[in-house]
Ligand binder design. Structure first.
Ligand code: DC
Length: 224
């Protein structure tokens, strides 16, 4: 059986770092699907295309030269042949990604690419619509979340460590704005699939969360 773990959750729930750690423990790969929407957001910013203009963004997406390489050493996102893995991590690209991800035609292309990648190897895939749309038949589905304050606190600490002067209030406002946009878009909004296991990390340590998910996956592997 293909071991696909589908994981959704709001911004700052820790999906990416948790998925990395779970993948390493289980010896499987990690596909971060947000990177694909980010690459499109970055391309729009580079070409100075207004992300609110759906038709132009859909056109841009259709011609997008995007290559996602997932391996044991992590994921590389290539845009027009250039490794943009770090360049897609800015707040501007985050907001642009959130906007371009609202468009149905954009989602169609990204979902197809994600399904193709996930069919080839055992992997944990994280995003917003993985349990509901990309891998609805995955044997393990998880909705990872934490309170907005806790998610903002974690992000703020990370930013401080990098010397970013943003205040906690600013970070909390950004978290809430992206929640609002991701949960209220008309096409495939972020929501918990009925059969996804809810993992609330507000009061759990990083290691406790990883352990919980690894245990569930190991039960599956043993066929219990
Ligand atoms: O997970 P992330 O912050 O890197 O995602 C960036 C944006 O892309 C996020 O605002 C929502 C969107 N996204 C999505 O709509 N569907 C996914 N499967 C992954 C991300």
């Amino acid at each position: 059986m293909r071991l696909n773990i589908a994981m959704d959750g709001p911004v700052g729930a820790g999906k990416s770092s948790i998925a990395d750690a779970v993948a390493a423990r289980l010896g499987i790969l990690h596909l971060d699907t947000g990177a694909m929407y980010r690459a499109l957001g970055l391309k729009a910013l580079r070409e100075e295309i207004d992300v609110q203009q759906e038709t132009r963004i859909v056109e841009l997406c259709q011609g997008l030269k995007l290559d996602v390489q997932v391996g044991e050493g992590g994921q590389r996102t290539l845009l027009d042949g250039q490794d943009v893995s770090s360049l897609i991590r800015t707040p501007e690209v985050s907001m642009a990604a959130s906007t371009v991800s609202r468009y149905a035609e954009v989602r169609k292309r990204m979902v197809a690419l994600q399904q193709e990648l996930a069919a080839a190897r055992d992997m944990i895939v994280d995003g917003r619509d993985i349990c509901t749309t990309v891998l609805p038949n995955a044997p393990l589905k998880i909705f990872l979340t934490a309170s907005p304050e806790e998610r903002a606190r974690r992000r703020w600490k990370e930013m401080q460590a990098k010397g970013d002067p943003a205040s906690f209030e600013e970070v909390l406002a950004q978290v809430k704005a992206r929640d609002e946009q991701d949960m209220n878009r008309p096409v495939e909004p972020l929501r918990r699939a009925e059969d996804a296991v809810l993992v609330d990390t507000t009061d759990l340590s990083f290691d406790q969360v990883v352990e919980k998910i690894v245990e569930m996956a190991e039960v599956l592997r043993r066929g219990e």
